[in-house]
Design a protein around this ligand. Structure first.
Ligand SMILES: Nc1ncnc2c1ncn2[C@@H]1O[C@H](COP(=O)(O)OP(=O)(O)O)[C@@H](O)[C@H]1O
Ligand SMILES: [Mg+2]
Length: 581
């Protein structure tokens, strides 16, 4: 973990800058709370010495009140410091979380395919939480504790130089020793963290598969696995806690030892008349005050190490850049868009081409039906149009413009894709349909809902457009899910629509509704239908057949259908399901 100190400072500075005033307030509060710890023992010392010298009750009362006052202020300062510290930390870390989430959302699909959601959560939330301590107080506290420790040692040295030397030696030995003991726990803590991460990965995967797990009766098996994960975690946890116990015991022993030194030396100096009784109290009290910075500094070196690791991982995450970037921002023509694939080749994995030299030209308003076996590259073709990936060779153009010349948002505004699994979010119906675009008026949403024959469904919603949908669209039928996805497309009014058609069969009534909706959807738009059923292909003007990444047939549907040598003709004879299964 060799992060240059500068990295910490840049990170700190960037997130503290916008809240500089609050940060200075926090610095003042924390340093005052530390400073006040030094003041109070001085008051008590004066009180003791004055009382012993037989001072008037009034002056004694005054020092007692002063003591109470300072103690009260100390509490108020401490509470305020915590309050302001939390504020600074949350503001900084929320900003960081938002930045990271934004960064990840803009990374290309290759990154997301290689990174599980669990890992991302751990990065964006876990690592950032680790940093929160750093943003709020760590730096100030480390500095404050060093000042406090040096200050106390200096005051002791002023009282008597021998005390100064004795306690300085003690402080150094204590710091070294505690640091040694503390590092005992580090490897076990790493194991613990790794085990917890494994558990999260496991939970994420199993929870996503709940339906399959239940239906296959594997619940007991999964619970057993869960038990095993917990068992491993327990083992590491025990190891970590044992080390912490050793650490706490060592701390306790050191403090006792310091007290013994304080009492013995105080007593000796007092006996030889070198110091007053009040000073003896002062020495003992300062010894205890000293315990805290020593303990905290040990803890803080560890925090710094964790923060180092988190910073490193976050820097790594940030260093991932998307290979898919905005173009200079050419303008697309309005209305239906022409689509051209010009000698497009593509591979997800180097050396394993998924699409090979595809040439396809669609004039505006044409509907193209694509047929091909599973794995022939149909969905990949659609992904290239949306620039979820860029071709390795050749290019895709839309409305006569190479899509790399467009901004991603302009491109995705004009191209809509409806895939087999409709993603619905835990949000209102309105937000689900408009993708959180508040500029679309409710009337328009309701009109589209009517047009797509979803009015009956809409009437069942208790709060109309404000009704909250459940994650994953539970409570919606497959057909309704599809129709909602179509609604989204209508609201955006794109110039090119891609349907990656659902292969599951629906009941005839729903099927008919969907067919009518598709008719409306394709009207006056260029369209690609990735078809799993021949019924959908009947509306296509052109047909393309993909086989292992190659375009093996392309032509007008009617022409191909009537040509007995064409593959399409053959498909019509034998039925799609049998051939393409
Ligand atoms: N994200 C991915 N990473 C690596 N390979 C992929 C990925 N997605 C699809 N493939 C592979 O690319 C080929 C084409 O897949 P796809 O376009 O989904 O076919 P289709 O939609 O025709 O069934 C398949 O061999 C598939 O395994
Ligand atoms: Mg597919």
């Amino acid at each position: 973990m060799n992060i240059p100190l500068k990295t910490y400072w840049t990170l700190l500075a960037r997130h503290i800058q916008p809240q500089m005033a609050r940060f200075w307030l926090l610095t003042v509060l924390l340093l005052s709370s530390i400073g006040l710890q030094v003041v109070n023992p001085q008051i008590v010392r004066q009180f003791i010495d004055a009382a012993q010298a037989g001072a008037a009750i009034d002056s004694l009362l005054a020092s007692a009140l002063l003591f109470l006052g300072v103690a009260l202020i100390q509490q108020i300062v401490t509470v305020s410091a915590t309050y302001v510290g939390e504020n600074v930390a949350w503001t900084a870390t929320n900003q960081l979380r938002a930045e990271l989430a934004d960064h990840c959302l803009h990374l290309d699909m290759t990154f997301h395919n290689n990174t599980s959601p669990g890992q991302l959560i751990e990065r964006i939330d876990g690592d950032v939480a680790e940093l929160s301590n750093f943003f709020s107080q760590l730096v100030i506290r480390v500095v404050g504790n060093i000042i406090l420790l040096v200050g106390v040692l200096a005051v002791l040295a002023v009282e008597d130089w021998r005390l100064g030397i004795a306690f300085t030696v003690f402080a150094i030995v204590a710091l070294l020793l505690l640091n040694q003991v503390r590092s005992l726990a580090v490897p076990y803590q790493k194991q613990l963290r790794a085990a917890v991460a494994d558990l999260f990965g496991f939970l994420e995967e199993r929870l996503t598969g709940t339906e399959d797990i239940r239906s296959s009766g594997a619940v007991d098996f999964v619970l057993r696995e869960l038990y095993q994960f917990s068992y491993v975690i327990l083992g590491h946890w025990r190891n970590v806690q044992t080390r912490f116990l050793i650490l706490r015991l060592t701390g306790g022993l050191l403090l006792t030892l310091a007290n013994v030194i304080a009492i013995v030396s105080g007593y000796t100096l007092f006996r030889s008349g070198l110091i007053t009784l009040g000073t003896v109290y002062l020495i003992i009290q300062y010894t205890n005050v000293m315990g805290r910075p020593i303990r905290e500094l040990t803890q803080q070196t560890e925090n710094l190490q964790n923060i180092g690791a988190a910073t490193e991982r976050l820097a790594e995450l940030r260093s991932n850049t998307s290979s898919i970037e905005d173009g200079p921002g050419a303008r697309l023509p309005d209305g239906p868009l022409a689509l051209d694939f010009e000698h497009v080749s593509f591979s997800y994995v180097e050396g394993e081409p998924v699409l090979k030299d595809i040439r396809l030209n669609l004039t505006p308003g044409t509907t193209l039906g694509i047929l091909g076996r599973t794995g022939s590259g149909k969905t990949t073709l659609a992904r290239l149009v949306l620039r979820l990936y860029d071709p390795s060779e050749g290019y895709v153009s839309l409305g006569g413009i190479d899509i790399r010349q467009l901004t991603l948002s302009a491109l995705r505004q004009r191209v809509a894709i409806v895939t087999q699994d409709v993603q619905l979010f835990e949000a209102s119906v309105r937000d689900n349909l408009t993708f959180f675009d508040r500029s679309i008026p409710d009337d328009r949403i309701r009109a589209v809902i009517d047009e797509l024959e979803l009015a009956d469904w809409y009437r069942t919603l208790p709060h109309g457009l404000d009704t909250e949908l459940e994650t994953g669209g539970r409570g919606l039928s497959a057909g309704e899910g599809q129709l909602l996805a179509f609604t989204r497309v209508f609201l955006r009014d794109p110039g090119l629509v891609i349907l990656d058609e659902a292969s599951s069969r629906l009941d005839p009534a729903t099927e008919a509704r969907i067919e009518r909706a598709i008719d409306k959807l394709l009207h006056n738009r260029t369209a690609i239908i990735i078809a799993h059923r021949l019924s959908t292909v009947h509306r296509a003007h052109e047909i393309a057949i993909l086989d292992r990444g190659m375009l093996i047939e392309h032509g007008h549907r009617e022409g191909l259908a009537s040509d007995p040598t064409s593959r399409f003709h053959h498909l019509l004879q034998t039925g799609l399901e049998e051939v393409l299964a």
